[in-house]
Ligand binder design. Sequence first.
Ligand code: FDA
Length: 305
Amino acid sequence: MIRRALLAASHSGGARRVVETAPFARDVARRFIAGETAADAARVTERLTGEGLLVTLDVLGEDVHDKERAETNVGTYRELLERLHAEGLGSRAEVSLKLSAVGRALDEELALDNARRVCEAAATAGTTVTLDMEEPEAVDATFRTLHELRRDHPTVGAVVQAYLRRAEEYCADLAYEGSRVRLCKGAYAAPEAIAFVEKDEIDKSFVRCMKVLMAGKGYPMLATHDPRLIEIAEALTLLNDRDAGTFEYQMLYGVRPQEQRRLAAEGAQVRVYVAYGRDWYAYFMRRLAEKPANLRMVMRSLAPA
Ligand code: FDA
């Protein structure tokens, strides 16, 4: 119920104005974002990679409805990738891209062209791109774009959301040699007709998907903070005789940082999803929706001292 309300609020202009101008909300949001500029992102990336972690960087600014803003986002990604290259971070940091940030709502072809330009900049920087998966209505278009991009850039990563009833089928289609696939639970509002809604159903789907990906020939990227799912992933590693270099765990910046370091210290590859930029509202609301305790933290910060 709270989750649904927060996800609905993530699209509301009124709620955005209240949260963005609320004292301390920005400070609470800072727990989950690296800062507002590419320099902030590069600093955090340098620190995390220095600690043995990998990084994927997300430029905040989704749900764009005009060409100019889509173009600005492409430019920001390209500048970021040039910076990663110049600072020698390309081998340990990739970028995550939302098609809604580069014009999907305007035109699928425009978003494809823009995403292609980001992929080209990533290739020049010695790294790659993962296409984030957004609302259920965007899934088919995102997979179409992914397959187009993979013709020239086969390392572009896909995302499968385990809450979708078709998730296992998507994983089976994507578990081929060289295919990088991030598996996550799913962070957007999705109707019961196409998605599991109960936590245990979503978790079971995640396990079924993990089994397919870990037994397959691709490169699974297991994006979860859930301790039970991480234990099952560890068991599947042994069962499928997978080396640490053939898959990775992924977690969000600001969530379970000790666990990120524990897994890395045990020899696993762990990639941290680092978001940065001024347009933090929708990303922050999804983080609140994932854990009600985060909302209590915001409410406390809003209360008079
Ligand atoms: P779950 O929500 O059950 O959380 C398990 C435990 O982790 C919680 O009990 C808590 O301890 C901790 N935790 C989880 N979220 C937290 C938070 N926000 N704050 C504090 N603690 C938290 N989704 C999507 O739809 N499309 C996408 O492209 C991506 N991409 C993506 C990349 C990466 C690297 C990650 C880690 C996640 C995503 N997601 C995503 C988000 C994903 O779908 C999901 O909403 C969150 O990862 C939370 O799910 P968990 O698997 O962690 O389980």
